[in-house]
Design a protein around this ligand. Structure first.
Ligand SMILES: [Zn+2]
Length: 438
């Protein structure tokens, strides 16, 4: 750490001083149900929060054609009308330090039956150390931590010496197109921090993800002559079973993928959604299943997709020898995984700030889930530090995030900003956030 003790203590004390307001703002944000394509009101809140801090604001609707031109783009089957990214930029008076992107996603995943939640997913209640609600952990607490970490530095009378882009992006949970659009718009920096819920650890490696829909056709008949029909739902079940052979094969290869050797089952094929048939008294004519498959970093999405298609081509009939007609359509992620190279300056700085706040060494791990970190590492060569708080039940019922963990992560990010960007004493007469807005 290059910060002197007194400066460090000032920053940490300001995180504590602002923490009640930080929690209140997180709760407010969680109360906005920013499900896919419904992020607008939550983005209004983020926009206003960044603008209040004197950041140079940029808000734009995602452009389907621009995104589609990128090799890492996800396939879209929704409208991007009113689906906006928000970026606020802090410019130091004199840009002398390293630049930084503080990224987070505003979109949240579906709640499932709300009756299964202890209280509404949008109540955003606090219970002991837990802040509950859909999106609380994944990842509104982190998104808000980025801003409040910055506040602490400024309230301490300091100004970061490097440019900082605060990004609130959409589409992380389904395509990754939000972060991709921000990159396409020209936002780059020398490091990015993404406070996803990672249990106070740093992500070393993760998988890529492909989404696709499988549509199986049947032959509808009256059930009285069922044997002359062909049941598309049964057939889809059979096809998915055969696809598991590929999942097994890929998992068996884990030893040849560094950082994945110790995971029990790194590659998960998830049958996430199913629809089919028209009613109970016809042999179903159709069935659609939505699948999410994972791929190792170093395997291109294109290559993984080819393997999937080739494997499906071997599924020509069901267990009774009836021919199967299946069609695949990609409808979301087409994303590669990434590995965060060991020993980067950014990681070393984070190791120092984590040790300072947590009192122990930063641990790294491999996650079998998608992360937007791949956008920065794969397409811009920017080290992505995906590092964030302890959570429970993300994508499940009663999702929640640990409040004390959020506090410590915020402190670590605040120190990271100061160490990475460098700091200067803010001049009393000027508002550092407004010192250079164009
Ligand atoms: Zn997330």
């Amino acid at each position: 750490m290059t910060l002197d003790n007194a400066t460090r203590e000032r920053i940490l004390a300001e995180v504590d001083a602002g923490f009640d307001a930080q929690l209140a703002f997180t709760q407010e944000l969680v109360r906005h149900p920013s499900l896919r394509t419904e992020e607008s009101s939550a983005q209004d809140l983020m926009f206003a929060a960044m603008q209040d801090r004197g950041l140079e604001m940029d808000r734009w609707e995602l452009d389907v054609d621009d995104i589609a031109s990128h090799e890492g783009a996800g396939i879209i089957d929704v409208s991007y009308d009113d689906v906006d990214n928000v970026v606020g930029t802090y410019h130091p008076a004199l840009e002398a330090g390293r630049s930084l992107i503080l990224n987070g996603h505003i979109d949240v995943v579906p709640t499932g039956p709300e009756s299964e939640w202890a209280t509404s997913p949008w109540d955003s209640r606090i219970d002991g150390d837990w802040l509950t609600g859909r999106g609380s952990g994944d990842m509104k607490a982190g998104l808000v931590a980025n801003l409040f970490a910055f506040d602490a530095i400024r309230r301490a009378g300091l100004s970061p010496a490097g440019r900082i882009h605060f990004q609130s992006v959409v589409e992380e949970e389904c395509t990754g197109n939000g972060s991709l659009a921000a990159l396409q718009r020209g936002y780059t920096a020398e490091a990015v921090v993404i406070p996803e819920p990672e249990e106070d650890m740093l992500v070393r490696a993760n998988v890529g993800v492909i989404w696709f829909r499988l549509r199986v056709s049947g032959k509808p008949t009256h059930p009285r002559e069922m044997s002359s029909g062909f049941n598309a739902i049964d057939a889809a079940h059979h096809v998915v079973g055969r696809l598991r052979e590929l999942e097994d094969r890929w998992n068996a290869q884990k030893d040849s993928h560094r950082y994945f050797e110790d995971l029990e089952h790194p590659i998960n094929f998830n049958l996430g959604k199913i629809a089919g048939g028209d009613w109970a008294s016809s042999v179903p004519a159709w069935c659609e299943v939505d699948l999410r498959v994972a791929l190792y970093p170093g395997v291109t999405a294109e290559d993984a997709w080819t393997e999937i298609i080739d494997h499906l081509a071997t599924v020509v009939d069901d267990e009774h020898g009836h021919p199967i007609t299946a069609r695949t359509t990609r409808n979301g992620f087409f994303a590669e995984g990434y590995v965060l190279d060991e020993g980067s300056d950014a990681e070393n700085v984070l190791r120092g700030t984590h040790r300072e706040v947590f009192g122990d060494e930063l641990r790294t791990f491999t996650t079998p889930g998608y992360l937007d970190g791949r956008v920065f590492t794969q397409y811009a060569g920017i080290p992505a530090l995906v590092y964030g708080p302890i959570s429970e039940a993300i994508h499940g019922y009663d999702e929640r995030v640990s409040i004390e963990s959020v506090r410590r992560i915020t402190k670590s990010i605040a120190l990271f900003i100061a160490e990475w960007c460098g700091i200067t004493e803010a001049r009393a007469e000027s508002d550092p956030g407004r010192s250079h807005s164009s």
